[in-house]
Write a new protein. Structure first.
Length: 133
């Protein structure tokens, strides 16, 4: 049942049926709060909320995803997504601090994170500039 709810949520998400996906993901989290797909579910919810311009909900979902993953590369991606939402809310200071945390994780293995290194630093520079405006 856990796998089915997760798979249906992903299918709805990928088909652009955001409301159905959110409903399935919420059901998953209610029934299986410690399930192995919890970090992915929360991250996907964060992406949907971002697209719906519900940035506070996106940040809350992404924070849960961050807390539930131990994978450093996923943590960097989640932090980057959180910073995008903070930036959209005009909270450039928090966006910068969040991206600095992502950069600190990247510094542990810069070669292993080559594909996400540039976007993180670019986003960090853009938010620094907005912060100073």
């Amino acid at each position: 049942t856990r796998e089915l709810i997760h798979a249906l949520g992903v299918s709805m998400d990928e088909a652009g049926r955001d409301d159905e996906a959110l409903e399935l993901y919420a059901n998953y989290l209610k029934r299986f709060p410690g399930g192995p797909e919890t970090a992915e579910v929360c991250s996907r919810m964060g992406q949907i909320f971002f697209e719906k311009k519900q940035h506070s909900k996106a940040i809350a979902s992404l924070r849960k995803a961050y807390e539930r993953t131990g994978d450093a590369k996923n943590r960097v991606r989640i932090l980057s997504d959180m910073a995008k939402n903070n930036s959209e809310l005009g909270d450039y200071g928090t966006a910068v601090a969040t991206l600095e945390n992502a950069a600190a994780l990247l510094s542990n293995d810069p070669e292993g994170y080559a594909e996400i290194l540039s976007p993180v630093y670019k986003n960090l520079a853009e938010n620094h500039m907005k912060l100073k405006q």
